[in-house]
Design a protein around this ligand. Structure first.
Ligand code: FAD
Length: 360
């Protein structure tokens, strides 16, 4: 296997999210790894809705998490990839040479070209900014969360519960929680109703103004609009010439190597990973973490087997007092069974703590 060897290699890992950090930790047992990511502390994106609601705390420092491994954390951003020359150019002026590259730059908010969205909506990944705007508002107002998927639901419920003085609206192009089973959707709806969240379904946002989102059916007033509609992969993979799919996710083989550049492994939201019998994996912590762990083991020579993966559950937090545990088939299609209320909340909390343990 070209990238796996017992002799030490220079490995550069781009991105310290769930995928990059776990890949670096596995590879850094015997190889010299430079882990490139601008942040001092992990972003821990699956808890960003809590941060937005003023409930987050400081997550562990990356330097602490990689202590004891042959890993150097370089706080910078990759701005250019020279795949033929095996070099990465960083925004601090450094150029890094590598034998093997792990590309794990994850994803970012997709605005879909909606007029006014960039200017007037606040992306969920800037959770601290949302928290500050709520804290600094002269009085409670109206808050619109755009996006009826898992991220939008977690955000809307968390914000409504933490800030009962605010009127919270959730705006979805289709059905809120449309991917879940009938029982799952019904439970989400009950919790939204209990928290007083106003639901706007089949309401595709066509524009965002300082007064909130507009849909074909008319304007939806909001003093603060938060965008949690969808994510897109970081564009550097496509810009550098890695083979990508129509969404810009890098195409990889069954060992998570780029199909166009086998000395580059791609993991997490950045990769279009297709597993036989399962399909192409969705973006998620649930898929990013095992991919990073797998590539870490592969580069460390602890496995040579192809990557394998099966879905088991999907979990949602619905504020601090409720949650949804949705059982799924191995291909992520819904089973009818759900666990809700305290059971759902505890299941989600358990999974979140397992994720943090996996990074330690
Ligand atoms: C509010 C919220 C809740 C979520 N909840 C869940 C959930 O419950 N379950 C679930 O499965 N998924 C959830 N997700 C999705 C999940 O967080 C992502 O799929 C996951 O973070 C992807 O991991 P990753 O390692 O691929 O990338 P990311 O976590 O996006 O990490 C990317 C890394 O790359 C770094 N980076 C970016 N650009 C550069 C650059 N130019 N140079 C160097 N470094 C760079 C970043 O700083 C970061 O370190 C949630 C997402 C959000 C926003």
């Amino acid at each position: 296997m070209s990238s796996t060897s017992s002799s030490p290699k220079r490995i550069v890992v781009l991105g310290a999210g769930y995928a990059g950090l776990t890949a670096a930790k596995g590879a850094g047992r015997h190889h010299d790894v430079t882990l490139v990511a601008p942040e001092e502390r992990i972003l821990h994106r699956i808890r960003q809705h809590e941060t937005a609601a003023g409930r987050g705390r400081d997550w562990p420092a990356i330097g602490d998490l990689v202590r004891g491994r042959r890993i150097r954390h370089q706080r910078a951003r990759a701005v250019e990839l020279d795949l033929a020359g095996h070099k990465v150019v960083l925004d601090d002026g450094t150029t890094l040479d590598y034998d093997t590259l792990v590309y794990a730059l994850g994803s970012r908010t997709a605005w879909h070209g909606v007029p006014g969205a960039v200017e007037h909506a606040h992306p969920v990944e800037r959770a601290a900014e949302v928290r500050r705007l709520i804290a600094e508002a002269p009085r409670p107002g109206t808050l619109a969360v755009v996006g009826g998927g898992a991220t939008g639901i977690e955000l809307a419920t968390e914000l409504a519960e933490a800030h009962p003085g605010w009127r919270v609206r959730i705006v979805a192009a289709g059905q809120v929680g449309g991917i879940y089973s009938a029982k799952g959707r019904a439970h989400i709806r009950r919790v939204l109703d209990r928290l007083g969240v106003e639901v706007h379904e089949n309401a595709t946002v066509t524009e965002v103004t300082p007064d909130g989102p507009r849909t074909a059916a008319g304007p939806i007033h909001a003093d603060l609009t938060v965008w949690a509609a969808s994510m897109e992969p970081h564009p550097l993979a496509a810009e550098a010439g890695l083979a990508v799919d129509e969404r810009g996710r890098a195409l990889v083989d069954d060992h998570l190597r780029s199909v166009s550049h086998p000395d580059v492994h791609v993991v997490g939201d950045a990769a279009a990973v297709t597993v036989p019998g399962v399909g192409t994996l969705r973006m998620g912590c649930a898929t990013a973490l095992p991919q990073g762990q797998y590539v870490g083991k592969l580069l460390d020579g602890r496995t040579a087997a192809p990557f394998s993966f099966r879905y088991v559950v999907q979990c949602l937090s619905l504020g601090r007092r409720d949650g949804l545990l949705q059982l799924v088939h191995p291909d992520d299609s819904m089973k009818p069974t759900v666990f809700t209320g305290t059971a759902g909340r505890l299941a989600k909390a358990g999974i979140v703590s397992v994720v943090l343990s996996a990074l330690k």
